[in-house]
Ligand binder design. Sequence first.
Ligand SMILES: [Ca+2]
Ligand SMILES: [Ca+2]
Ligand SMILES: [Ca+2]
Ligand SMILES: [Ca+2]
Length: 635
Amino acid sequence: MRDKILYGLAMLFIMAGPALGGTVRYGFVEAQSTVLQTGGFAGVHITYSVAGRFVLTVDFNAGAASFDEVYATLSEIGLSHTQSLNELFNMTGLVGTVISDTQIHFVGKTTESTPVDVNLMVTLADGLVEITGGTEPGCCDFFIYTIDALAVESTKTIYVDVDSNGINDGSSWADAYNYLQDGLMMASAGDEIRVAQGTYKPDDFVLSDRPNLGRMETFQLKNGVAIKGGYAGFGEPKPNARDIELYETILSGDLNANDPEVEDACDLIADPCRADNCYHVVTGSLEGSTAVLDGFTVTGGNANWEPPWPYDHRMRGGGMSCGAGSSPTVTNCLFHGNSAIWGGGMYIGGGMYIGGGMYIGGGRPILTTCTFRANAAERHAGALEVDDVYMSINNCAFIGNFAGVNGGAVWNFDAAPVYVNCIFSGNTAGEEGGAIWNVDSSWYTFINCTLANNTAANLGGAINSDEWPILTNCILWSNRDDSGMGESAHVHAYYGPPAVNYCCVQGWTGDLGGTGNIGDDPCFANVDTSDYHLKSQAGRWEPNSETWVQDEVTSSCIDAGDPMDPIGLEPFPNGGIINMGVYGGTAEASKSYFGRPVCETIVAGDVNGDCIVNFLDFRIMSLHWLEDNNPPPPG
Ligand SMILES: [Ca+2]
Ligand SMILES: [Ca+2]
Ligand SMILES: [Ca+2]
Ligand SMILES: [Ca+2]
């Protein structure tokens, strides 16, 4: 039997041809991929096209296969609960097993509260793979999703390094392109561009004889291409080593390299040294497509064009501009020292009319683990403008941004963003909404966010909203407007009470209603350094020393989140209940303190971690009785 498997693997090896290293990556083909939705009460039958990028890696030596990156979406909004291909099939969670010389079987479960089986078959032939199969619900009135997708063997990793001095054809670190524009020009769907430490400007290129457009030059992302910064690169002992802080890779719009260091975001607005800077350092992928930008510092953009009506894109998104329908994935990036009329750091634009009554729908970008620090807008949205887009923004920090008018950090317009585990700190608005200004939008949600030390000259030191924001497990503290630091300085809603539950709001009066809210001092670790971990006598994560430390006091925000929420990665003892604030539900959540030294012995049934098994544990257990959050089975 073993011989047979080995023989099968050998066949694969031969068929794969160029894969002498034993591993082949396959990139997804947009035009030939569909998802069919059938079933449900009404018996629907809808075919969706699929756009974006995913990478299937097959390691022929180990006989293992996995979907490493899936950033693909259904192109149409139909009856599906999600547009994300990965969410639909939990593809990155599936386990692949080689079952014959041309077939790999992926099995697992979806991540829904009632997970269903997923079965995908990958068939290999001549540098192509076809992916078929889908979900298999246990019962009758579920929707069934069936995928039929094609991917092609991807052969290229393109290397870019500012100081490599070989033949500069992008084929290795020694022969890397010196300019990112050249690497981008030579990339096609499925490729990965690796960029080494150094500074790269949009107006630098040698491979194209097109005219240099100066300030209009931008790094235009490409469909299906991942651009990754933070590599050590040529001249280093381990050129493939990656550390985005140690090997900072900078995309800079400061073409004349004459910008001063940014001391205060507000200084960016009228700085004459920025007259030469690019309007957008980075521009999102084209309509309906997905591209990846991962591990860069984006700085020096200046979208300061002030046209007469109609508006021009050059007034929005100094660091990055994502126009209508653009759905890039932006992760592990720092946006710093960018400016614009609206949306200093980034503009994410949704649907818009492009003339002749033609409408391009909103994109669905993915924005995770990014920091927006010291960006500025002459008018609205110092860091980020979100227009007419339905998206989730996870694990991002908005620190020290400035808007001349409204929304020191963020301006949401007719959009439905969901902010999860985000920090908004030290942002300033010249008029309203020190951190956030919401207008003309019905649904925007903050889950486990910390909004602290933001300032507005007028209404809403933290949030100013003309509709009904939903806040759960959030902390709003030391935000200031012209009324001071009372309740209305933290959340100011024009048309009715916001839905505030399990939050800590300074000056809490109860007037906003809701459940589980408190007004106690959250006891932040260190406000001066924007360290918003919560103090605890049982243990608090100290990010500089990367150790757990113990405090003299314990924050009331620990174990005060929604008891129905999963506690996620919170370390033991975690009280069995999620904490409020940005670190709630994460591995950096402060530990629960029960008035005595931390329990060293873990006892079965001690759900909250106080070393005693009693009714408190039973209560938590009964709240979650019969919940099933099984991971996919191994093998
Ligand atoms: Ca180098
Ligand atoms: Ca400049
Ligand atoms: Ca907890
Ligand atoms: Ca207990």
